[in-house]
Write a protein that binds this ligand. Structure first.
Ligand code: PHE
Length: 384
């Protein structure tokens, strides 16, 4: 997605400050002299298995902000995979660049990043994320989502969007008493791979769909294909809707934005939507039902890990996507009963799953890591 780095204000921090503050297991930092990019691979937890998580390419205010983003995202992956019951730990990679590379420059950068992944020898498995897709994954070792041409299962964006749709239905059902989308107003922020797919699914389901992206060309492309209404970026927060579905950058639910929301539900695919944990309570006290991001957006991981590592069939993936709705329903009930924010209910579930797990290291075989062998093929072999 061509979105800027998160707008959360962290002040000035150094790489050392960020490293010192982290509670994760391992961070790999590399400066790519050839391009000036920084590469960060953050392994937050291997308690449930080898680490898995997307590789994001982004432009950040400073290298430290890129590292901090990778770390926050890696921690969210730990919780995401625990709640989704997948035998993998949490990790994430960020390639912090001056500008999003295309063509040959991109290929070369990914090639060098692939060497870094190789050096980790399978301690970190990756998939697409913001500004990367299945074609980029074709160039990398230890990637779980490859293009069909590259011998993989294709983009994970449709599965992520399908999971979010189920989550939106579960949220509507809890907040408004019906999962029906007919004539419900849903505002989708971010027209990247997941956001544009979600808009399409919502239109098919009969919803009135409002869309937004900072990139006007992306909005125009989607609007040319389906009946949607375009919302200007400065109007997103104040626009009345039943469901606000953030599918772009993180940190958008914060002290300043939450008072401006005019929706009943926030349910979207973006990672790390809450700027701070206190924002869960801010949403709750405003009577806004929040679908915890790492619960509702697990579809991409279910697709990547399920199909590649667990040899799932399409039907098994579909059942797993359905469970996203069931999990949310249970979390909403628990949050109501205990009078806590839904985000806290999700954190509790993740913590309980992690606490139950026997101590295991990164060499676990409980995920069929052997099934992943073809995915670790490096580029040289592929080109032969
Ligand atoms: N972008 C995905 C997410 O945030 C990461 C991912 C996709 C990880 C596919 C593994 C496989 O959940």
């Amino acid at each position: 997605m061509s979105a800027p780095a998160p707008t959360v204000d962290h002040g000035e921090r150094s790489l050392e400050d960020v490293l010192r503050a982290w509670d994760g297991e391992h961070a790999e930092l590399r400066h790519d002299h050839a391009s000036g990019a920084w590469m960060f691979v953050c392994i937050h937890s291997t308690r449930l298995g080898p680490a898995a998580g997307g590789t994001r390419i982004g432009v950040y205010d400073s290298p430290a902000e890129g590292l901090a983003d990778a770390m926050r995202l890696a921690a969210a992956m730990t919780r995401k995979l625990a709640v989704a019951d997948l035998p993998f730990g949490g990790g994430k990679a960020v390639l912090a660049v001056r500008e999003i590379p295309r063509g040959e420059k991109r290929r070369r950068l990914l090639h060098r990043y692939g060497e870094l992944l190789d050096s980790l020898g399978g301690r970190f498995w990756t998939g697409p994320d913001m500004n990367t897709d299945e074609h980029d994954m074709d160039l990398l070792p230890y990637a779980m989502v490859r293009s069909r041409k590259g011998g993989g299962s294709g983009s994970s964006a449709p599965a992520t969007a399908a999971g979010v749709l189920r989550g939106i239905r579960a949220s509507l059902n809890h907040a408004l008493g019906s999962a029906d989308l007919q004539d419900r107003v849903v505002l989708v922020q971010g027209m990247g791979g997941v956001g544009s797919h979600l808009a399409e699914l919502l239109v098919e389901a009969g919803a009135r769909v409002l869309i937004n992206d900072l990139d006007a060309a992306r909005v125009a492309k989607v609007a040319a294909r389906m009946p949607v209404e375009i919302v200007a970026s400065d109007r997103v927060l104040g626009t009345q809707c039943n469901v606000f579905a953030p599918c772009a950058v993180g940190g958008i639910l914060n002290e300043r934005s939450i008072p401006r929301l005019r929706c009943r539900i926030v349910a979207g695919a973006a990672n790390n939507q809450l700027a701070t944990t206190a924002d869960g309570e801010r949403l709750r006290s405003r009577g806004i039902l929040y679908a915890p991001d790492y619960v509702i957006n697990a579809g991409g991981s279910l697709h990547g890990i399920g199909l590649a590592a667990l040899s799932w069939s399409g039907a098994e993936l579909d059942r797993a996507l359905n469970r996203i709705g069931d999990t949310l329903k249970a979390l909403y009930r628990a949050a109501d009963e205990d009078g806590i924010p839904t985000s806290e209910a999700a954190d509790r579930l993740a913590a309980a799953r992690l606490a139950q797990a026997p101590e295991r290291g990164p060499t676990t075989k409980s995920a069929n890591v052997d099934a992943l062998a073809p995915y670790s093929t490096n580029r040289k072999e592929q080109e032969q």
